[in-house]
Design a protein around this ligand. Structure first.
Ligand SMILES: [Zn+2]
Length: 264
């Protein structure tokens, strides 16, 4: 059986409150043998820890404060975050970054401050970072990427992944230059994303991680429905088609990449 890792899931989302255990066992049955739970709100850190304990060796965690929740990073919660991140089940700091799409509710200056605090923490504890970057609503405003790379360069980091890659080609290559991976999910199958498909074709498998970002961003055939790690094989097949590769190779290489990145 082909096996996969979902490198980025939000299984603690309320969308899974009715059937979380069933979904997780369906994932294992579908060959998605390991998952990384991204806990990016203060109240999710403990839940993620419990999930990792319950599914030891199968679910790992990342913890941080997401840019759209930037106000949540107080002195007190930052101390708490440090405690969680010393635990071995938490393999990365994330997702962190800049989201200029939602700058009305989370101002740019605050996002940058909270981002930098968490990059600094990652560099001190030597854990990799899971990056979220979303451009502003204005068509040509890519300043979220400019600002993100500017801040990242100030620190000595232990690896990173540009999750949900949806940037320009130059953003992909700036991430690769830093030794980072790109996270690939259902949006590679959306009709409008031809530029992204062209970019990942050039980048190649060696630098890609498979993810769902569930419950968001289901693959094209399941648009409008709840996403879950069960859809990883479908996303892998989409990626295989784009790259002109066999799904076995996609599964093998992306699994190796995820294991190397998260140290699992
Ligand atoms: Zn996410």
């Amino acid at each position: 059986m082909i096996t996969f890792i979902d490198s980025h899931a939000h299984l603690n989302d309320e969308a899974f409150d009715q059937d979380r255990e069933k979904i997780i066992s369906d994932c294992f049955a579908a060959g998605v043998k390991q998952m990384v739970e991204i806990a990016c709100e203060v109240e999710e850190w403990q839940q993620a820890f419990e999930l990792c304990q319950k599914y030891e060796g199968q679910i790992y965690g990342a913890a941080a404060v997401h840019p759209i929740n930037a106000v949540q990073l107080t002195e007190e919660s930052f101390e708490n975050l440090k405690k969680f991140l010393t635990l071995d089940v938490f393999k990365a700091v994330g997702e962190i970054g800049l989201d200029y799409f939602y700058e009305d509710s989370s101002p740019r200056a605050l996002q940058q401050e909270v981002f930098e605090k968490q990059i600094d923490l990652a560099s001190i504890i030597k854990k990799p970072i899971v990056l979220h970057c979303r451009k502003a609503k204005e068509e040509q405003d890519f300043s979220a990427y400019e600002d993100m790379f500017f801040l990242l360069k100030k620190y000595n980091l232990s690896g990173g992944v540009l999750h949900c890659f949806s940037g320009r080609k130059e953003d992909a290559y700036r991430a690769l230059d830093m030794g980072f991976y790109l996270g690939i999910n259902g949006l590679i199958g959306y009709k409008k994303n031809e530029d992204i498909r062209q970019t990942i074709k050039q980048v190649g498998l060696k630098y890609l991680l498979l993810e769902t970002d569930c419950p968001y961003l289901p693959p094209q055939s399941k648009r409008g429905k709840r996403n879950s790690p069960v859809n990883i094989p479908e996303i892998a097949q989409n990626l295989a088609d784009i790259l002109g590769k066999n799904i076995n190779e996609v599964a093998d290489i992306t699994t190796q990449n995820a294991k190397a990145f998260y140290n699992i």
